[in-house]
Design a protein around this ligand. Sequence first.
Ligand SMILES: CC(C)(COP(=O)(O)OP(=O)(O)OC[C@H]1O[C@@H](n2cnc3c(N)ncnc32)[C@H](O)[C@@H]1OP(=O)(O)O)[C@@H](O)C(=O)NCCC(=O)NCCS
Length: 275
Amino acid sequence: MGASSEGAPILARMPRRSLLAWLGGAKESLARDIEVARERDPAARSTAEVLLCYPGLHAVWLHRGAHRLWNRGLRLPARLVSQFSRSFTGIEIHPGATIGPGFFIDHGMGVVIGETTEIGEDVTLYQGVTLGGTGKETGKRHPTVQDGVTVGTGANVLGPVVLGEGAKVGAGSIVVKDVPPYSTVVGNPGRPVIVDGQKVRDVHHPDMQHTRLPDPVAEAMACLVRRVTELEQDLADLRAGRTPAPRIPASDEDCLPTAQEEISSILGLNPGAGI
Ligand SMILES: CC(C)(COP(=O)(O)OP(=O)(O)OC[C@H]1O[C@@H](n2cnc3c(N)ncnc32)[C@H](O)[C@@H]1OP(=O)(O)O)[C@@H](O)C(=O)NCCC(=O)NCCS
């Protein structure tokens, strides 16, 4: 092995054809990044404006470099690129995150994307979105975001949940469960308002036949009203000198849940999280 090939710069060592292919690919993906920014942000007026003024694009470009370093085992340099990108753009993408083509972050400030996040094709995020872990898991602990998903400003998607193809997450939502494809979830906890492209009717007035998707907040209110009615009945019995009728659990092994346990279960909160 001659000294000439050992010390040659990386570009000189690349076979000519693969260098040309790489440059062609880079040019194509750059053009697509600019096109998606112009397509998805009506405020984008020219290519020059997009190239110079879109931190979401700068963060994605820097992430591609960081991700390549990460995959080659150069973990610290990868983290350094990611941290530089964070201070330059306000967007923190862990170099381990996998991001597909056509990804666009609008405005961008405050976006955080965790290490094991997987993002498909043509995904859009707005400022302040977190694709994070819950702090409990190890291994795959961040969301999987399938093709064509949009996540609104300030939404938090936590844990190894799947946002199905074409799903939308409303601004300010907190999502800790999978979202089916072509659904829209809003609120905290995120609840579906559109499923399979169809509006879930009466989202704020639940159908007590449960033939439609439930509204957990309204269900929690209904549970509270039932509990208060029961307490009023017990109080009336005690005042009248009667023993209140016992409430029977579903089976011998079951205990009746407390109001807090019942409402936490309706709202999908962790035990002990409080309400
Ligand atoms: C969630 C979202 C995608 C829904 O849009 P859509 O598909 O057109 O659905 P609709 O506007 O018909 O909303 C469906 C229902 O959810 C409610 N809703 C919509 N967005 C909501 C939100 N972020 N939080 C709480 N409720 C919301 C609507 O009031 C409506 O309720 P109703 O049926 O009782 O009237 C959209 O409202 C949103 O939040 N987009 C993010 C935009 C964003 O982040 N922009 C940043 C620009 S800088």
